[in-house]
Design a protein around this ligand. Sequence first.
Ligand SMILES: Cc1ncc(COP(=O)(O)O)c(C=O)c1O
Length: 388
Amino acid sequence: MPLREVYLDNSATTQVYPEVIKTMQQIMGEKFGNASSLHRRGTEAERILQASRRAIAGILGAKNEEITFTSGGTESNNLAVLGIARHYLRRGRHLLTTAIEHASVLEPFKQLEREGFSVSYLLPDERGIISPREVTAALTPETTLVSIMHVNNEIGSIQPLSQIAAAIKTKNPATILHVDAVQSFCKLPLSPEALGIDALSISAHKIHGPKGVGALYLRAGTLLEPLFRGGGHEKGLRPGTENIPGIAGLALAAQMGIKDRKVKASHLQNLKEKLINVIQSEHPRVKLNGPRMEEGAPHIFNLSFPGFKGEIILHALEQKGIYVSTSSACHAGSKDPSHVLKALGLKKESLEGALRFSLSYLNTAEEIAYAATQINAVIHKLKKYHGL
Ligand SMILES: Cc1ncc(COP(=O)(O)O)c(C=O)c1O
């Protein structure tokens, strides 16, 4: 075990707040009822469920009944994409998404293609941004669903959602817009109502909450075909006994995460700029992939170290207690380069030498200074080893 650790893989997952652990433990131990039971234990659990729903709805500026709890971002995305496309099948069979979505969006679209839908995949520009004009151009009268993520989990590009939503609603008011907001929830301003979003996915473990719990916002009047059949929980949209400790953990993490959001964002932006500047000043060939420094999300960025393999740097940094990743966590075992970086048009050398850094507002300036020093030292050592 290294002497100290600096965790810079917060897009993969985050450390759970001690307050969240405590609340969940209390609920598991003392308030273990089933929210559907009619006795006191049941109403106690039901009250926690409804308070959690109010908390998430409040943060999103939504109505309580527009929030459905799920087992996480993957389920929320599957439920939205498969459920909406299948429900509105008779309206049309054309769907629109982007080439840089998370696998939990792309794979459901692949499934829908097998079911006879036609899917268009929009490419981003070199900064990882999808043009609202291209969204408009790709819409057909048959397009029932558009799914576009808010913040990309590998490069931190932020999609211009309000322009995209306006473009869709102007050309095709009945088309439904789903947004994977797993990496932006509690980090960027996000109001589905104000932006014109009809469905939106969130996940607890990206905001210092527990794994295996998330939610889907579904605008009142938007319908979907459920994935599961069973009891009538969550208005039948997501049957299954509710995970009350997890849901309470999600609500508490969100309430803690949203507090002083702007202060946290500016702290993160400072850390990000510091880390990139210190590395690039010593290693000028290191390249920032995707959005420019000032336009990307403050907590996620991707650097290419040309001439080196990302994985080699990752393990060298691990020895120093610094944890980063080569791409998204679900893709980490794969030998193929990241589909997101490929969609940016990166050359082989940049693809191979890419590393993702993802910060939490709990990272300190001192941690970032330590990480920058260690990263620079590792690169110097590798250059020397390779005679560069
Ligand atoms: C953009 C994005 N969407 C969806 C997910 C899946 O969320 P979960 O891990 O809660 O299933 C992730 C997780 O990596 C993500 O980064």
